[in-house]
Ligand binder design. Structure first.
Ligand code: GTP
Ligand code: MG
Length: 205
């Protein structure tokens, strides 16, 4: 119920950030969506907010190249929370120098943003946790940023595959002190898990 209320309010694009100096003032809490390129970060933000084209999604890995801030309001002058769409890590269809720049920014952001209350680390249900995911999780451990894994694109796999991935991910999370043990299984396409994730975001203070 709380989740539905929060996400029923206005959602606005604030800015795209290309350097740490461009981050908005750290005056409210934020949650971010991290994960390999093409895992479904931008699509998940659209599904959560119920706005199809708020965050730009595409089939080309490397679509999001800036840290995009969205403000989640409840009608008050000061929006309550920021939702942060991140560029992906791992393979991307973009020039190497540009990719290197946004990867460095991504790491600075994930280790140095005081108001970051939780990082959602998205993992494709077809693929499970890969070594690049593990590296990012280690960075979050070192920075003491609490993170929670969200499985994406669950509509693309059978129930048996879904369960196998859940087991693989739980095994991988056991060695990460900053990880929440509970996963959220989602499909931005079909809506699975979206209400659950809204409630989690709404409950963070
Ligand atoms: P980058 O910005 O490039 O890092 O990608 P991203 O993680 O933001 O992924 P994006 O949301 O752009 O989605 C990548 C592709 O996956 C798009 O073609 C989406 O339509 C598709 N996609 C995302 N979520 C789902 C899902 O739940 N189910 C299915 N079937 N496709 C999805
Ligand atoms: Mg994106």
């Amino acid at each position: 119920e709380k989740g539905r209320l929060l996400f029923a309010g206005p959602v606005t694009f604030v800015k795209g950030v290309v350097a740490m100096s461009g981050l908005p003032p750290a005056d409210r809490i934020e949650v971010c969506f991290a994960g390999r390129s093409n895992v479904g970060k931008s699509s998940l933000i659209n599904a959560l907010t119920g706005r199809k084209t708020l965050a730009r999604a595409s089939n080309t890995p490397g679509r999001t190249q800036e840290i995009n801030y969205f403000a989640l309001g409840d009608g008050r002058a000061q929006p309550e929370k920021y939702l942060v769409d991140l560029p992906g890590y791992g393979y991307a269809e973009a020039p190497v120098a540009i990719v290197a720049k946004w990867q460095a920014l991504l790491k600075q952001y994930l280790s140095g943003r005081q108001t970051l209350r939780r990082a959602f680390v998205l993992v494709d249900t077809r693929h499970g946790v890969k070594s690049v995911d593990d590296e990012i999780m280690q960075l979050l451990d070192r920075s003491a940023v609490a993170f929670q894994v969200v499985l994406t694109k669950a509509d693309k796999v059978s129930m048996a595959e879904r369960l196998a991935t859940i087991e693989q991910v739980k095994g991988a999370l056991a060695k990460h002190p900053a990880a929440y043990p509970e996963l959220v299984v989602t499909s931005s396409e079909k809506g699975d898990g979206i209400e659950t994730l809204r409630a989690i975001v709404a409950g963070l203070e």
